[in-house]
Design a protein around this ligand. Structure first.
Ligand code: SF4
Length: 438
């Protein structure tokens, strides 16, 4: 099963290739040696990860062609559905029009949208975000895999179930070859083209060990590797980039330094922000975002969260609701409602038309499949499937319900693909877009 379709290289300019997918053109970094015009490739997250034999590529494209155009038409129809008629405040309509035209919204305008409560206005907001998503990304949606290879962490974040001081949790660490095998089978047998390797901040995985893992993976398969391993020295991240890692998923969780300080006794706000900046400068694709619903978080904080994430020119945004874990200091924090989450996704889409907006697994944990569907219809275009080996999955308990329940991997993959198809989405590559809009 493929989670990306092959594209044909139709132009190369320095290290950027122009790739065509059924008539649509996207750009990607040429991370494969000796690439030529006319080659067929898989690209993920704007990086070419694998070159294919022409015959294999044409076979895959043939099997996709009809489905691709049928899905695209369904997506277009859903996105163009007439907005609910009603008496939308002209101020709201004006802000949405501005956002759809690609003009950056002011803080006050973002706040006005975030304060919408009325059903008709919320529908207008979500539909505007979905129209932008459809116009910019067409029906492409990326489906990355995630492998959680250690639940040991030296930190003690107040919201996290695998925090150091949670002594109720059985801990695990995957061996190097176990990690490499899990990645290889996810790529070769399940067809994933982009994988997140995630862990707590676990010092066992030294720079040398991480390099060994990346080298072994790169020897065996072509895949976009995104690291989510917490804060490290920038020198370490530079060496991991040179070894072949290309993305980092690191959320800052809140843009409010005081709130950050209250939640993180072992981490520094400034260090996190500097690390993110350094990662961007190193060349990494950045995926970042924040928690929605932290105790003490006010509406203005959420708007600043979106603006801070935007300032990193992130390739992917990850905004998810807090799901209170019973073995953490935030155990009794009440959950936010679905509209609060949808509004954050939709406003982020208005502020960054060509970013990828992840629908986090926390959305599914709190609001079920219906919530995931709603998020995909409010500007979301990206999902992750948990591929952690079954014996470890439940132990990576950063919040209750994390890990996709008891379903096996194949069931989760087919559920995800069915959901995407029901919305007319195709799991194609996303690619680097021209920098336009806000
Ligand atoms: S959020 Fe990350 S750094 Fe904090 S305790 Fe959990 S795994 Fe560790």
């Amino acid at each position: 099963m493929c989670y990306a379709i092959p594209g044909k290289v139709i132009g190369i300019n320095n290290n950027i290739a122009l790739i065509e997918y059924f008539g649509e053109k996207k750009e990607a970094l040429t991370d494969v040696e000796g690439l030529r015009v006319g080659d067929y490739v898989f690209a993920q997250g704007g990086v070419i990860v694998e070159r294919l034999q022409e015959g294999d590529a044409l076979n895959i494209l043939d099997s996709w062609r009809e489905t691709f155009f049928r899905l695209k038409e369904r997506d277009r129809r859903l996105a163009e559905e007439a907005p609910l008629s009603g008496d939308a405040d002209p101020k709201i309509s004006g802000i949405l029009k501005k956002g759809e035209e690609g003009i950056a919204l002011t803080r006050d305008e973002m706040l006005t949208l975030f304060r919408c409560r009325e059903k008709g206005e919320l529908s207008l907001l979500y539909q505007a975000a979905n129209r932008i998503r459809q116009k910019v990304h067409k029906n492409s949606s990326c489906v990355h895999g995630i492998i959680e290879f250690s639940n040991i962490c030296r930190n003690d974040c107040d919201y996290c179930g695998i925090r150091r001081d949670n002594h109720h949790l059985e801990r695990y660490r995957m061996e190097i070859d176990e990690i490499v095998d899990a990645v290889t089978s996810s790529v070769r047998e399940l067809g994933f083209k982009a994988l997140v390797l995630q862990s707590g901040e676990d010092g066992y995985y030294t720079t040398d060990r991480l390099i060994e893992i990346i080298h072994k993976i790169r020897e065996r398969c072509g895949v976009l590797l995104i690291l989510s391993i917490g804060e490290r020295e920038m020198k370490c991240y530079e060496e991991l980039y040179n070894a072949g890692a290309r993305g980092v998923l690191m959320r800052f969780e809140t843009s409010n330094p005081d709130l950050y300080g209250r939640l993180h006794t072992t981490l520094s706000y400034n260090n996190r922000i500097q690390t993110l900046k350094g990662l961007k400068e190193t060349g990494y694709i950045i995926a970042t975002g924040a928690l929605i619903g932290l105790p003490g978080q006010i509406e203005e904080d959420v708007i600043e969260d979106i603006l801070l994430a935007r300032s990193f020119d992130a390739e992917m945004y990850s905004f998810g609701p807090l799901v209170a874990h019973p073995d953490t200091p935030l155990a009794t924090t009440p959950p936010v409602d679905i509209d609060t989450v949808l509004k954050v996704i939709a406003i982020t889409r208005l502020m960054h038309h060509d970013g990828n907006l992840l629908v986090t697994s926390a959305v599914e944990s709190l609001f079920g499949k219906k919530g995931v569907r709603q998020a995909l219809m409010a500007g979301g275009n990206s999902m992750m499937i948990n591929l952690t080996p079954a014996r470890y999955r439940k132990l990576y308990s950063i919040y209750p319900g994390k890990g996709g329940g008891g379903e096996d991997i194949q069931t989760r993959i087919s559920d995800t693909v069915s959901l995407l198809r029901s919305l007319g989405r195709a799991p194609t590559d996303i690619g680097i877009k021209e920098k336009k809009g806000p």
